[in-house]
Write a protein that binds this ligand. Structure first.
Ligand SMILES: Cc1cc2nc3c(=O)[nH]c(=O)nc-3n(C[C@H](O)[C@H](O)[C@H](O)COP(=O)(O)OP(=O)(O)OC[C@H]3O[C@@H](n4cnc5c(N)ncnc54)[C@H](O)[C@@H]3O)c2cc1C
Length: 461
């Protein structure tokens, strides 16, 4: 390993890394992929994904109708409050259209989107078998192309001399090897799984956050590059977090730990007090804000309470809820003060008014004289059995990253590095300053992974 000088060294083993590796290997570069996870956990956060967002001018594979560049771009602007690098965002959108057939040619299969909570049949192409099937398909392609993949290989340092990449230090089985290469693609994700770093950025509350994805995205390479003067983008104190089932594991709980009960429930904190309008909007739209709301509560925990009438109105949870015949008994089971919770629910029930409850639409069924109000689906919680779910913030990804140009080349202290490219989450802040549009993470990784692989291969040719 140490004797070989590789053409292109790819750091990471998720979607962006794999797209880069395929492109570089297909251009005849000798490619080495270094993935810090063991083989069964390969694929980073990408293996938890379900879909990618794709522009198309007419029906394309499983995508219906059309999704034009301007509409896609405006959707992005809305979620980022204008904090979007406009030219690169448009570039990503335009190039997404060619990605779908490229993905299909490389073994990714798609399926029509599910109806129900997330109806995205026009905008998002769903992977058959999810992100795990996608990364497995790409690893199979790499095997066919003869690419060397090293697992349990954590890159600890990128050696750069005068803006030029020379080698990586990589820890394998307790030994640090120096592996030389002519070009590097950095695709090692964000830093959310380094809880100490998260706590420095967010404060001690971050120690109670759960990490929805891989434990291996600890930002080791990101930190190393920033310490060497690479230009950063994105707010270090920001991360994308959603409210998930509080019983999810610390890492890698993935998509199944999401809870869709909030709009039909009363949500209280540890002190059995309500703190926000549970009925503000239809759920997927408000999914992201609840991560922050729960993060701001004492002990970063909240409890969502429903009655039997609402139990079937949302996607079932992976862990069964707590269940009891009275609110006081439910409180006891969930570690909440029983009298206080009973009072909070009674007060809520008394503030509900008559009206038509319509779970699929904003029904305007609102509380009267309650603070904070519940502005839709405010139906009294009265029919036993009662159910309770515990909610905690689940971090999806961090925003701090490396600045790249439209060719995915990383910006150093004195202009672009000669031979270092980056793709995926590690550079996503170059496009999205804040906020997130469902399915755009995989689009950024696919578009810029491919570009980075092509550019690195062209450099070494
Ligand atoms: C639960 C969940 C669901 C999601 N669903 C979607 C979705 O449906 N659609 C969508 O677009 N986005 C989704 N996202 C976001 C999406 O996962 C990311 O945007 C995307 O996977 C980023 O790809 P990546 O290749 O940059 O990073 P990753 O896929 O996370 O890959 C990073 C890789 O780098 C490796 N690595 C890290 N550090 C080192 C190191 N020092 N040395 C060597 N290797 C290292 C890791 O092991 C990993 O393999 C979801 C995220 C989560 C957590």
């Amino acid at each position: 390993m140490e004797q070989t000088e590789w053409d292109v060294i790819i750091v990471g083993g998720g979607n962006a890394a794999l797209c880069a590796a395929i492109e570089a290997a297909e251009a005849n570069a000798r490619v080495l992929v270094l993935e810090s996870a063991p083989k069964p956990y390969r694929g980073g956060n990408s293996r938890h994904t379900r879909n990618f967002r794709c522009m198309h001018r007419g029906p394309l594979s499983v995508l219906t109708d059309s999704y034009a560049e301007d509409e896609y771009f405006n959707d992005l602007l809305r979620v980022t409050n204008g904090k979007t690098e406009k030219d690169m965002a448009r570039q990503t959108i335009r190039e997404s259209e060619a990605c779908l057939p490229w993905m299909e040619r490389h073994g990714v299969r798609f399926q029509p989107s599910l109806s129900g909570t997330l109806s995205l049949s026009r905008t998002n192409a769903f992977f058959l078998g999810g992100g795990k099937a996608l990364v497995n398909a790409y690893y199979n392609v790499l095997e066919d192309l003869g690419v060397t993949v090293l697992y349990e290989a954590e890159v600890t340092h990128i050696q750069v001399t005068e803006q030029r990449f020379e080698a990586v230090d990589v820890a394998v089985a307790g030994t640090v090897l120096k592996v030389r290469g002519r070009a590097a693609v950095l695709a090692s994700g964000g830093f959310q799984s380094d809880i100490d770093w998260l706590a420095r950025a967010w404060g001690p509350a971050a120690r109670n956050f759960l990490i929805r994805g891989t434990r291996f995205n600890r930002g080791v390479v990101l930190n190393d590059m920033l310490e060497q003067g690479a230009e950063s983008v994105g707010d270090p104190t920001q991360c994308h977090a959603v409210a998930i089932d509080g019983r999810a594991p610390k890492f890698d709980g993935g998509i199944v730990t999401r809870l869709d009960c909030v709009p039909f429930s009363v949500v209280v904190n540890r002190d059995a007090e309500r703190f926000y309008d549970e009925g503000e909007d239809v759920w997927p739209k408000r999914y992201a804000i609840w991560g922050r709301l729960v993060a701001a509560q004492p002990d970063q925990v909240a409890f969502s309470i429903i009655d039997s009438r609402s139990a079937e109105l949302f996607m079932p949870s992976v862990f069964p809820p707590e269940r009891a015949n009275t609110i006081a008994e439910l409180a006891q089971k969930m570690g909440l003060p029983p009298e206080k919770l009973t009072h909070t629910i009674d007060t809520f029930n008394a503030a509900c008014s008559e009206g038509h409850f319509t779970p699929q639409d904003l029904d305007g069924l609102s509380t009267q004289g309650l603070e904070p109000p519940k502005t839709n689906w405010a139906r009294p919680i009265v029919e036993p059995p009662f159910f309770g779910y515990v909610l905690r913030p689940g971090v999806t990804f961090t925003y701090l990253g490396l600045k790249v140009d439209p060719t995915a080349r990383v910006s150093g202290p004195d202009g672009p590095y000669e031979n270092i490219w980056a793709a995926g989450e590690i550079m996503a802040g170059s496009i999205l300053g804040q906020g997130y549009l469902a399915g755009f993470g995989m689009t950024i990784g696919t578009v810029f992974g491919r570009i980075a692989g092509q550019e690195a291969a062209a450099y070494v040719a």
